[in-house]
Design a binder for this molecule. Structure first.
Ligand SMILES: C[S@@+](CC[C@H](N)C(=O)[O-])C[C@H]1O[C@@H](n2cnc3c(N)ncnc32)[C@H](O)[C@@H]1O
Length: 260
């Protein structure tokens, strides 16, 4: 199974297949309950998460996935970047040090405040905003005058189902001409070794994380074809897929999707 967004394969998953009850696609009771649990979990875990990221407690990030996403973004060389689900802000901090003007958005006020407080002195300017994906889809960034962006990135942050779909549908209108969307996510095959390879909700776990993490969030698993279909339905064209390989296991540590 997969630690919540811990990017760490472990065992014995609990999973729920797609909610097929009437109204589920529009946000039935199971959908809403799962999405609410995602919010509750990140609220509760903002402090340990900030520490885990900043102190390098997530081995696959240190070994592979941080470098992988940075190298994709550096190659694109954006002047203006939007980081959706920015968490405590490490990606904006790193890119701002290299001159990229960043907007980081997250639904958890404590994480946004942590990102703001740690923005490096002397770096390019950044704005950190509290919005959830539905607020972005409803135009919050247009209203703030933040758009358009050369690159919109989401690093292990597209966790839910319908809010993620609504967010992706809103991204083309936030992109500058020639702009790109870059998504890093758990590798669908590697995170599905003990579960059916089928889109659907799964239980999370903080297995392997420090003892102060609690109440892991469920997450909505997508197959590779599920991701490709979702991008297409959102008016985005998949350009490239990258599978960064973990140097110790020789297996993919994540999947990076680049679309325009
Ligand atoms: C695993 S963390 C990744 C954070 C950051 N991108 C990073 O690389 O460290 C997932 C983040 O997604 C955010 N997130 C999840 N669902 C969201 C939503 N619907 N709206 C806004 N933020 C969301 C969480 O609050 C959390 O900060």
């Amino acid at each position: 199974m997969v630690s919540v967004r811990g990017e760490r394969p472990c065992r014995s998953p609990r999973f729920f297949l797609r909610d097929r009850r009437p109204g589920a696609a529009q946000g039935g009771p199971l959908q809403r309950e799962q999405e609410d649990r995602i919010v509750d979990s990140w609220q509760q875990n903002a402090t340990p998460w900030t520490r885990a990221v900043r102190e390098g407690e997530i081995g696959s990030r240190v070994a592979v996935t941080n470098g992988a996403i940075l190298s994709v973004l550096r190659a694109l060389g954006p002047a203006r970047l939007l980081d959706v689900g920015c968490g405590e802000g490490w990606l904006c901090h790193g890119l701002a040090r290299e001159g990229t003007a960043c907007v980081g958005v997250d639904m958890i006020p404590d994480l946004v405040e942590a990102a703001r407080a740690a923005h490096p002195a002397g770096a390019a300017p950044a704005t950190y905003l509290v919005h959830d994906y539905d607020a972005i889809a409803a135009g919050a960034l247009h209203a703030a005058g933040s758009a358009p962006f050369d690159v919109i990135v989401s690093n292990f942050a597209l966790i839910g189902d319908r809010p993620v779909a609504r967010l992706l549908q809103a991204l083309p209108a936030l992109l500058a001409p020639g702009g790109r969307v870059v998504i890093q996510t758990l590798h669908p095959v590697m995170s599905s070794l003990d579960a059916p390879y089928q889109d659907g909700w799964r239980e999370g776990s903080w297995s392997g994380f420090a003892a102060d993490f609690r109440d892991p969030a469920p997450w909505y698993f997508r197959t590779i074809s599920g991701w490709v279909a979702l991008l297409g339905e959102s008016g985005l064209t998949l350009e490239r897929m990258i599978e960064p390989v973990h140097p110790e296991t020789g297996r993919p540590a994540s999947l990076i999707l680049m679309a325009r």
